[in-house]
Design a protein around this ligand. Structure first.
Ligand code: XUL
Ligand code: CO
Length: 441
């Protein structure tokens, strides 16, 4: 089979002093850290939609990158995409991929035909995976948001017919995920939200979304799927108000509808910042609730208020992200999916590789920096010390359930003013510690 990128070989690891653009400076896939290779710590994934399909089209102009893969017929192009994706993954030492059903194979005339064509591509991928078992599916999902039928939502559509269609589509995407051995299935609420409450039955839409999720879990489990389901929160875009606003909102939803045990979070950096949170905040909320699952790695632009899906190059954010991942015990079924696209002006085939190298090196360095921060211990020690009043005396009594309002009032009256017991938050010192650790790596 001929190569799609004949001028690009396997990307080598050359180390931080390398000036070679097409080489890793920090990501050394086979370097053993804490008993396992870096590639297994980071579990990088290629996003089929951006990498294989995204050609730079925006609302002001047509695509700038050629993503036809040399084929004009949809069936042939879908197959060529598979070949090209496997070549990219191999050359970049990426072990995982993620897809929406329609990224793999587009819609045809009827759902039956669409399903049959999707089956062919899924079978083709399964064959390629058999030939190269190092390639694995991280997660699958359904594109239940781009076709006009989903203009008012899928699971939250006012139309029961649309709900049924979405269920049929998701059922098939779950089949594809299971067939390819995926251990994750993602729900990103594409158009699950509203533009105006003037035309919206909020309560019914929420109940119906939960119904859809319950049916999805019941179906997948009945087929022997033992992986995770992920919800990927996003506050806005495409709808003005997305129901899965942020992690905290989703956790409340899962609890209310009895979905807690099956679902975890897929946290996307640019979605976090759209919700006016830091990436680390979303990861912390998920982790502390036992709901950390997977990551869509990218970054937004502080000056732009939308989901720019840029390749992540911010080392500070990547470090604090990996700090949370390590504290969560690392990835289990999840991984680090680059839900990211090269800028419209970065349109050449080399840019695919250069942008992944930039993102992968950022997270490899972030991983090392996070390990160094934890080994350094100053941050963790500071937090432990800051809360030490909860380990003895009145603090311990409160935690042990031995205090009530009467006893606390008595304590406060006897104690008098308590400002003496307060210590500085030392934010600036802590930020300087991060700089210190980062720049002595
Ligand atoms: C959209 C987004 C999606 C999900 C999968 O903002 O992040 O690509 O990751 O549907
Ligand atoms: Co995403």
């Amino acid at each position: 089979m001929s190569e799609f990128f004949p001028t690009i070989g396997k990307i080598p690891y050359e180390g931080k002093d390398s000036k070679t653009p097409l080489a890793f400076k920090y990501y050394n896939p086979d370097e053993i850290i804490d008993g396992k290779p870096m590639r297994e710590h980071l579990k990088f994934a290629l996003s089929w939609w951006h990498t294989m399909g995204g050609d730079g089209t925006d609302m002001f102009g047509v695509g700038t990158a050629d993503k036809t893969w040399g084929e004009s017929a949809p069936e042939a192009r879908a197959k060529a995409k598979v070949d090209a994706a496997f070549e990219i993954m191999t050359k970049l030492s990426i072990d995982y991929f993620c897809f929406h059903d329609r990224d793999l194979s587009p819609e045809y005339g009827t759902l039956a035909e669409t399903n049959a064509k999707l089956d062919e591509i899924v079978d083709y991928i399964a064959e390629k995976m058999k030939a190269d078992p190092s390639k694995k599916l991280l997660w699958g999902t359904a594109k239940a948001f781009d076709h006009p039928r989903y203009m008012h939502g899928a699971g939250t559509s006012p139309s029961a017919d649309v709900f049924a269609y979405a269920a049929a589509q998701i059922k098939k995407a779950i089949d594809a995920t299971i067939k390819l051995g995926g251990k994750g299935y993602v729900f990103w609420g594409g158009r699950e939200g509203y533009e105006t409450l003037l035309n919206t039955n909020y309560a019914l839409e929420q109940d119906n979304m939960a119904r859809l999720l319950k049916m999805a879990v019941a179906y997948a489990r009945s087929k022997g799927y033992d992986g995770d389901f992920y919800i990927e929160p996003k506050p806005k875009e495409p709808t003005k108000h997305q129901y899965d606003f942020d992690t905290a909102t989703v956790l409340g939803f899962l609890q209310k509808y009895g979905l807690w045990d099956d679902f975890f979070m897929n946290i996307e950096a640019n979605h976090a910042t759209l919700a006016q949170h830091t990436f680390q905040h979303e990861l912390r909320v998920a982790r502390e609730n036992g709901k950390f699952g997977s990551i869509d790695a990218n970054q937004g632009d502080a000056l732009l208020g939308w989901d720019t899906d840029q390749f992540p190059t911010n080392i500070y954010d990547a470090t604090l992200c990996m700090y949370e991942v390590i504290k969560a015990g690392g990835f289990t079924n999840g991984g680090l999916n680059f839900d990211a696209k090269a800028r419209r002006g970065s349109f050449t085939p080399e840019d695919i590789f250069l942008s992944y190298i930039a993102g992968m090196d950022t997270f490899a360095l972030g991983f090392k920096a996070a390990r160094a921060l934890i080994a350094d211990g100053r941050l963790d020690q500071f937090v432990a010390d800051r809360y030490k009043s909860w380990t003895t005396g009145i603090g311990k009594d409160i935690i042990d359930g031995k205090a009530d309002f009467e006893s606390l009032e008595k304590y406060a009256l006897e104690k008098g003013e308590v400002t003496d017991s307060l210590t500085s938050g030392r934010q600036e010192m802590l930020e300087a510690i991060i700089n210190n650790v980062l720049f002595t790596l």
